[in-house]
Design a binder for this molecule. Sequence first.
Ligand code: ADP
Ligand code: TMP
Ligand code: ASP
Length: 236
Amino acid sequence: MLRGEELYSGKAKSVYRCERDDALILKFRDDTSAFDGEKMESLDRKGVVNNKFNAFIMQHLESQGVKTHFLELLSDDEALVRKLEMFPIECVVRNIASGSMTRRLGIEDGTDLAPPTFEFFLKNDALHDPMINEYHIESFGWADADAVAFMKARTFEVNKILGKLFADANMILVDFKLEFGRQGETLYLGDEFTPDGCRIWDAKTREKLDKDRFRKGLGGVVEAYEQVAARLGLQL
Ligand code: ADP
Ligand code: TMP
Ligand code: ASP
């Protein structure tokens, strides 16, 4: 599959046209960002690790009946995906309070959330991805009511599937962010699922194994991602 014109360069991935009109090439770069792009660094091997990690997770989700944009791995750091019209929305499920929720609501980091909770954010770095609700999404036309219901239900379903996958490998899926898009009438899970967009803790020690290592300057970022992959049985 030949890589065509670059259509978009995000904070961590680049999107290219390809020979198929209904597909795109996603290139996972080593660039790592936090705080809506305020902190940026290039971390050796991260693009390759995240590309393979994402392929593994997307394939697992497909095997459990979740429609994803993933089509095939093209190289160490590139994947072929269905071309989607993305909703400008981030869907977050939290099993344990951490990150922005602890600051916003004064909840102690590490508090169990039963049942797991759900938040929508608007994808807008300039506005620092503000939290939004379902009424905002419909009033501003970011998605219709059916798509909102679909994204919410699918994100909880993914939480069940991946919560078990990580638990079976002695890790806790603390929280994660998903993005969805549509191709024609069909809605698909898009973007990525990697340690860049979720929180994963060791089940016993609660050691952080995700992008919080970068946000908090703890070091060993890519090494932690590799450890998560190895525990899931993924050969990088
Ligand atoms: P950001 O835009 O937040 O900086 P990235 O660096 O990850 O994020 O860039 C990837 C971009 O590609 C994101 O804006 C994402 O919404 C978009 N995207 C992901 N999957 C698809 C897809 N299947 N079709 C079209 N766009 C996609
Ligand atoms: P938060 O605690 O910063 O709101 O993030 C919740 C989870 O969602 C965390 O795992 C990180 C992920 N996330 C992203 O990957 N990108 C984003 O822009 C946001 C808002 C969250
Ligand atoms: N994904 C956002 C960024 O890259 C927010 C974050 O991860 O802290 O800046």
